[in-house]
Design a binder for this molecule. Structure first.
Ligand SMILES: [Zn+2]
Length: 219
């Protein structure tokens, strides 16, 4: 089983690439946000615990998130591995994940950071438009709708969320980048890190990620 952690700031294309890699490699893309929603929807014991925090607008504690992840890792489709997206977000989480995986004789085999300069991230994020009906996401630069202001899929109007405006984005990004650097540093220290340039066409980023995954030099 291969455990891959995909790292990158919002706007770096991490979710898109995780989906592409999952398809290419035949292993699931496990995004923490989806994991929460599924566990809550299915009413699993750990999901119910998570819901108690989410309902109060609080962060789900790391041990609950890790239990959810471990439950996910033993599902049949994850037999050959997983691509983790959205966790860990800081060094203590990375350490806790390692400890939990080690108990099962597993480990993070590869962490890949998709790097994009922060000015470019702000540019990408502030071009983000969301459809009112279903939350389909568009981007002025990289993924514009066919008709300006309308969702391609359902025709509903597109709007820009308040937290997608440049000033807010810049402030939020600074915090996220600081935790991200910490996680990247952690994986560098344990010799499983690769860095991929996120400022290139989507296909080239995918090719670089695949190369980073098959390169066993540091393992
Ligand atoms: Zn839509």
């Amino acid at each position: 089983m291969t455990v891959v952690v995909l790292l990158g700031a919002p706007g770096a294309g991490k979710g898109t690439q995780a989906d592409i890699l999952a398809n290419r490699l035949g292993i699931p893309h496990v995004a923490t946000g989806d994991l929460f929603r599924t566990a809550v929807r299915d009413g699993s014991p750990v999901g119910l615990e998570a819901r108690r925090y989410m309902e109060r607008g609080r962060l789900v504690p790391d041990d609950i998130t890790i239990r959810m992840l471990l439950d996910r890792l033993v599902q049949r489709d994850a037999g050959n591995g997983v691509i983790l997206d959205g966790f860990p977000r800081n060094r203590p989480q990375a350490q806790a994940l390692d400890a939990a995986l080690a108990e099962r004789g597993s480990r993070v085999d590869r962490a890949i950071s998709i790097e994009v300069p922060s000015d470019e991230l702000v540019r990408r994020l502030s071009g983000r438009w969301v459809c009112k009906a279903s939350g389909h996401v568009y981007n002025e630069q990289s993924n514009p709708p066919r008709v300006k202001g309308r969702c391609d899929l359902d025709g509903s109007p597109l709007f820009q969320r308040e937290d997608d405006e440049a000033g807010t984005i810049r402030a939020r990004l600074a915090l996220q980048l600081s935790s991200l650097r910490d996680v990247v540093g952690y994986y560098h220290d344990i010799d499983v890190l690769r860095i991929v340039n996120g400022v290139q066409p989507i296909d080239d980023v995918t090719a670089a990620l695949l190369a980073a995954l098959s390169d066993d030099a540091a393992v």
